[in-house]
Unconditional design. Structure first.
Length: 95
């Protein structure tokens, strides 16, 4: 049986994106959401459809918690906007 080095034993899960959500409230009690900013980075060569599903889940959760809030999405999706996949166009149109 081959011995593995510590680096070979290390398991790093692959994620479709790295996302941070910032919520801006209207009041100090943090009860009334005014705006949500979703900042995201999708590494190149990761699954676009998984990234889109993750983003949709975040948007859905935000709209469930604060249905009247506005949402801004910023970041690097590593998707060519001049030749985007149809699933990405659908995502943009629906949201």
């Amino acid at each position: 049986m081959q011995k593995l080095s510590p680096l070979e034993k290390l398991y790093i899960p692959t994620v479709a994106s790295h996302t941070c959500t910032t919520t801006i409230y209207k009041d100090k009690q943090k009860k009334n959401v005014q705006h949500v900013i979703i900042s995201t980075y999708r590494p190149p060569h990761t699954y676009k459809n998984l990234f889109i599903k993750e983003m949709q889940d975040i948007i859905d959760a935000t709209q469930t918690k604060a249905p009247t809030t506005s949402i801004t999405i910023i970041g690097d999706t590593n998707i060519n906007i001049f030749n985007p996949p149809e699933s990405f166009l659908d995502f943009l149109v629906e949201n």
